[in-house]
Design a binder for this molecule. Structure first.
Ligand code: BGC
Length: 417
């Protein structure tokens, strides 16, 4: 990401000008992309908490799953010298924004709140730029889930698959019984979400780390990657004809309503099941995606604050950071969102079995070396490389591109910086 060199100066000047007109109560303008049913219920909890602190919330929601639209809008606001107070940014992008010199330093708030002792290192590391906190984590999402409608499986006489090799037999039965096997939304980030899960389930955690985190040329150009693409292509025949462009939450609805058997999606999908009043283990199942038992691709949502010079804005930012890190928020937000708290000390007592499994697998996988950053959700590599790889994955899924060609293109895309 490259912003105009003048950006920092423009921001400072416009912040001063804004400061001169600011009213007493701090207004926080917060950019996010949480617009689905479950997401909206979650973000409203943050708004309520800020209002209880006497701050006013200016909602800056930019719809579009995965956040690509939100990031485009954010860049134009920052380049115009008018950044929001806070924005949902995550993973290596935090470093890219940090390097632009536009992020507020949250060190003193973090030190006062003892964030270092409350957050697991895998989380706190992502939140820091040059050793200082510049971001606040709201949750940990797990990506490698398969959401199952058990009733649909029962009616079709199909067994829930645990490997990619088992998948076609189950999916054929679902289709023969008149169901859509896979509820999918054909948007590049959703294709990429499935792809990374397939790579993990095909090659295992070490392979995932080499190929999709380190972008190791040998792993990218390997028989295992070829097998991954073949498995990915196999899934293409199990989506319905209307899949192109469909939003992820509409795909989740297809599972909820018993039209489809499964969806491969991170546990923000659980937020939709929860919002629809559905119970895990009864109305739906959360199971490890085929071949990924106990492995964990993580996706941590977080907020950064942009430098502002008015004291009111700084108060609003401190309030927001403290609200996000509070155990009350971490509990209620994540109960709605489908994720688990980023803080280690929040009780899991009120959480359902899927969240408890996520929590247990998070801890176990971090010890066993299979806790991995999601490339599809901006946690593993810089945005430019992730975007270029995503393009290849989407083109492959939506064309007759050969596996050999896909691997060649993948190697070229991985070199994008
Ligand atoms: C975010 C989630 C969000 C999902 C769908 C992911 O990248 O981390 O918080 O619910 O996209 O928009």
């Amino acid at each position: 990401m490259k912003l105009n060199k003048l950006t920092g100066a423009i921001i400072a000047t416009s912040a001063l000008m804004l400061g001169a007109h600011t009213a007493l109560a701090a207004e926080v303008e917060v950019l996010h992309w949480w617009t689905s049913g479950g997401e909206a219920k979650s973000v409203v909890e943050l708004k309520k908490m800020m209002e209880a602190k006497g701050d006013s919330w200016k909602d800056f929601a930019v719809s579009g799953g995965g956040g690509e639209n939100a990031m485009t809008v954010l860049k134009s606001r920052v380049v115009a010298g008018n950044p929001p107070t806070a924005a949902q940014i995550k993973g290596p992008s935090i470093q890219e924004w940090g390097a632009e010199g536009v992020l507020a330093d949250l060190s003193s708030t973090a030190a006062a709140g003892k964030w270092d002792s409350l957050l697991p290192p895998v989380v706190s590391k992502v939140m820091k730029y040059k050793g200082n906190y510049v971001a606040v984590p709201v949750n940990v999402h797990r990506v490698n889930w398969m959401w199952v409608n058990p009733e649909v499986f029962k009616k079709a006489g199909a067994k829930v698959p645990t490997t990619w090799a088992e998948f076609p037999a189950a999916a054929d039965k679902l289709q023969k019984a008149g169901f859509i096997a896979i509820a999918h939304g054909g948007q590049p980030w959703q294709d990429f979400t499935i792809f990374e899960t397939v790579v993990l389930g095909t090659g295992g955690p070490e392979f995932f780390q080499k190929a999709l985190v380190e972008l190791d040329p040998g792993a990218l150009n390997s028989a295992t990657m070829e097998k991954s693409f073949n498995n990915f292509r196999m899934l293409r025949k199990y989506v319905d004809k209307d899949f192109s462009g469909r939003d992820w939450n509409l795909a989740t609805q297809m599972v909820i309503q018993g039209k489809a058997g499964v969806q491969f999606m991170g546990d923000w999908a659980k937020g939709e099941f929860t919002a629809a009043g559905k119970k895990p283990g009864v109305d739906y199942l959360c199971v490890d995606a085929p071949g990924t038992k106990g492995d964990y691709t993580f996706n941590i949502d977080s907020f950064v604050m942009f430098k502002q010079s008015s004291p009111d804005a700084a108060k609003g930012q401190e309030d927001l950071a403290n609200a996000i890190m509070s155990p009350q928020f971490q509990e209620v937000f994540n109960l709605n969102k489908g994720s688990i708290p980023a803080r280690l000390d929040v009780s899991m007592a009120k959480f359902d079995d899927c969240a408890k499994k996520s929590n247990a697998d998070f801890v176990a996988s971090s010890k066993g070396g299979s806790l991995l950053p999601s490339i599809a959700h901006g946690m593993a590599v810089p945005a430019a490389s992730a975007g270029a790889i995503q393009d290849v994955v989407t083109q492959f899924f939506n064309s007759e591109m050969t596996t050999k060609m896909a691997i060649e293109k993948l190697a070229a895309a991985a070199k994008m910086k």
